[in-house]
Design a protein around this ligand. Sequence first.
Ligand SMILES: Cc1ncc(COP(=O)(O)O)c(C=O)c1O
Length: 395
Amino acid sequence: MADRVPPPGLVPRPAAATSSVIRDALALAGRPDVLSFAGGMPASELLDTEGLRASYDHVLSHDPRAALQYSVTDGDPLLRELIAARSTLRGLETDPGELLITTGAQQALMLLATVLLRPGDTVAVEEPTYLAALQCFAYTGARVVPVPADDEGIDVDALAHVVARDRPKLVYLVPNFQNPTGRTLALERRRAVARLAETAGFWIAEDDPYGELRFRGAELPWIRNQTGARDRSVLLGSLSKIVAPGLRLGWISAPPALLRACVLAKQAMDLHSSTVDQAAAAHYLGSHDIDARLRDGRVLYRERCEAMLSELPDALPAGSSWSRPDGGMFLWVRLPEGYDTAALLPRAVDHGVSYVPGAPFFAGPPDASTLRLSFAGHAPPDTVEGMRRLGKALA
Ligand SMILES: Cc1ncc(COP(=O)(O)O)c(C=O)c1O
């Protein structure tokens, strides 16, 4: 019998950003006895199960054949209209023709990476940043350069230095209540990033799934709305945190040539996002007062954030520091030097609590003493108990 020849190997790709220790510990964190502050899930109380069921009922009873058919790549026309109107109301004049509906903002990120980046191209990111964006960029073989950031977002002078030195094609930012730090990019810095893009010629990807979850302070305008940014910036949006992540619906708002390239890439990837989900989402947005629900959501998140903030001084070792978000779902903790939050995670899970260690969110050398807590998922009594457990685990 002839020797068996193995099939060809896989294309070598950068290893998944999270270590197996973290993955194992987070898998255990799904146990019912563990209070998890790890996931980026919206509060389940905010999911409008009745409203969404009614919208699915509606589209499946009024025009089921259309809802179940193939559709156009750009997205459901009514959904694009409603999202464009919402963006316009929030201060960014948007035409439905500027929008592509995507399968979550995550797909929008992968589309952007696909159409903009070749191996060796440079992407600049604020440090730390959304870890699944780092994964998208890594897939293309791009070089990711971290830029320092503080409580007001990316350090614009440091960005100017990176831009002059590394000539990034793309600068990736999460301007509002960033994942993982919860911080918000200051208005003056938004203007400065736009000015820099204009003079240095790079793309800005402004990823904003959390912008409508502000529970403190005044809303800030998007970078895409700043002078000079319109033809070199892309705004990514999502229904995940304002309606439901299971819909898997997001969008890109981009200049025409870049949008066309994304449409072609999406066509090759999945033809279009689910017809029935888009139709139900459009019906839902058009027939329900989602602003009233968002108002309730912001009250809930503020209460949960404050419950967590008030427990942290007792729970965390002396010398720890943490962010004070104005919205969104996350806060970021730095323990004193010498703590290693990845190594401590199994111990935390043994104590019945979990978080995400900070290391995977870094594009450069990680700060092992950092961690991300999501305050969105638990009512104050569980948060109090969770932070008590965290305190014991870290003691
Ligand atoms: C900054 C950021 N961008 C994009 C996403 C992906 O969102 P979606 O559910 O729309 O794919 C997330 C999800 O947590 C996120 O935090």
